[in-house]
Ligand binder design. Structure first.
Ligand SMILES: Cc1cc2nc3c(=O)[nH]c(=O)nc-3n(C[C@H](O)[C@H](O)[C@H](O)COP(=O)(O)OP(=O)(O)OC[C@H]3O[C@@H](n4cnc5c(N)ncnc54)[C@H](O)[C@@H]3O)c2cc1C
Length: 436
């Protein structure tokens, strides 16, 4: 959870910090509009913040920080159309059970659920599944508070360009006060994890991705073992694992075990390849069948920083092999696996999957360990494939290198110039990545 203490705000990892001139926590849309109006009148910039789960400085500001943690309510439910309107600060982990109470669920989710809905949408947060687009594509409508003090209702029929721009906005167009989510009837998911030879997985990658609703895998450097995760919709009733088993798997194996290895690797980096091989050898098969929101989300207690790139799916295999070869060639001390996921194309102007089916390759480093040389080298590989960086994860791109990767870049900028002509919602991150 991100914190604002002693005037200093930090993100989840604890490595992005800023000192906002003030932090405002509106409880209603009226209070939100008033807070934006006050900031504009005083000539200050404004940044909305969700759960602080971004690895970049995208939520940082030295102006007014608007924290939406008091705006988490469900505002309306339309069971006939499977649509639910929630306030922008609603946390995904609270939303799961709230939707389930109405017989509904999100169509797809990422692997943690601590984020706010508006924050997750703003950076194109995604899960995995070649037929499923990211979370922002599940936003059928948004209510946006602009610098002019207007509250705009945006959807396919009302100001379509502003809707396609504000679905993935980096917070640069205004503050999202509420989101209408296109949900689906509640469902059970069956998930099977299994270690498999990496060569076999890569050989038949397209087959795996197309045959399973949600396919992903993790591979530790210095090993040739992939932990595959296949998740599918199931007609069975949910059968949640006993609490002790979940605790054993998530807390002891995935969090305490990884934390121990990371601390050892940070003290003695030359042990890292052996530790990676040890962890990979200890990976075992597991199955779970439960309501969807409990299967998608896992708990991450070990703090890390991350870079993730979206590349055209056709280049997945080559990109993965090149990143693994890079780590081994340079003997880099990397104790986290590469995470490989897939998503359908969508139409939001700045979606990392805009108009192309995508493979996401994520690399991580334990908090407090050197990451920049590794991440820059990975970025150079991804550049060869026209990679688009996850907006909420570390990268070194600038507007000049990004604009050619987004066919609707100029359309986004036109909406930005119209809705935020004075740069009220700018910060260092948007100036770097979107231009002044
Ligand atoms: C442990 C962990 C696991 C993760 N797993 C995944 C994953 O599986 N898939 C994935 O794609 N990403 C993942 N992420 C990244 C994360 O989903 C994104 O960075 C997301 O944006 C964080 O949401 P947040 O609510 O914390 O937003 P913040 O980090 O607080 O803000 C993100 C951006 O949204 C803007 N914003 C926030 N609220 C509003 C609002 N109301 N109106 C306008 N703009 C707003 C902010 O200004 C900022 O630019 C993970 C991150 C962590 C730390």
């Amino acid at each position: 959870m991100a914190r604002a203490r002693g005037g200093v705000w930090t993100n989840w990892t604890g490595d992005q910090r800023c000192a906002p001139s003030s932090v405002v926590r509106p409880g209603t849309e009226e209070e939100l509009v008033a807070a934006v109006g006050r900031a504009v009148a005083e000539g200050r910039t404004v940044r909305a913040v969700g759960a602080g789960h971004s690895f970049t400085d995208c939520a940082c500001t030295d102006g007014v920080m608007i924290d939406l943690s008091r705006m988490q309510r469900v505002l309306a439910v339309d069971p006939g159309r499977c649509r639910v309107t929630v306030q922008g600060g609603a946390r995904l982990h609270a939303l799961g059970p709230q939707l389930a109470a109405h017989g509904l669920a999100l169509e797809n989710q990422g692997d943690v659920d601590r984020q706010s809905i508006a924050g997750a949408i703003a950076t194109a947060t995604h899960g995995t599944g070649a037929r499923f687009p990211n979370l922002a594509a599940q936003a059928a409508g948004l209510r946006l508070v602009t610098a002019a003090g207007e509250v705009l209702d945006l959807d396919e029929d009302a100001d379509r360009d502003a809707y396609l721009a504000s679905r993935v906005s980096l917070g640069a167009l205004g503050v999202v006060s509420a989101v209408t989510l296109q949900c689906v009837p509640a469902y059970t998911l069956h998930r099977r994890d299994a270690p498999e030879p990496l060569g076999d997985v890569l050989e038949r990658l397209d087959e795996h991705v197309d045959a399973h609703e949600h396919f992903e895998f993790f591979v530790f450097p210095y090993t040739r073992t992939a932990l595959t995760r296949r998740t599918r919709r199931s007609a069975a009733e949910p059968s949640p694992p006993p609490r002790w088993r979940r605790l054993l798997q998530e807390e002891v194996v995935e969090n305490a075990g990884l934390g121990l290895a990371c601390r050892a690797g940070r003290r003695l980096p030359r042990l890292v390849p052996a530790l990676d091989r040890l962890i990979a050898a200890a990976m075992s098969s597991a199955e779970v069948e439960d309501v969807s929101h409990r299967v998608y989300a896992t708990r991450r207690a070990v703090r890390f920083t991350e870079m993730e790139y979206a590349i055209p799916r056709a280049h997945a295999r080559e990109a993965i092999e090149r990143v693994l070869a890079l780590v081994e060639r340079r003997r880099l001390p990397i104790l986290f696996p590469l995470e490989v996921r897939f998503s359908a194309a969508d139409d939001a102007f700045l979606s990392t999957a805009h108009a192309r089916e995508s493979c996401y390759v994520a690399v991580h480093q334990y908090r407090g360990m050197e990451f920049e040389a590794y991440f820059r080298a990975v970025e150079a590989i991804m550049d060869d494939f026209g990679g688009r960086p996850h907006w909420g994860k570390r990268h070194y791109q600038r507007a000049a290198t990004l604009r050619e990767r987004y066919p609707r870049w100029d359309a986004f900028q036109a909406v930005r110039a119209r809705l935020d002509p004075g740069g009220t919602f700018a910060n260092d991150y948007t100036r770097r990545t979107l231009g002044a």
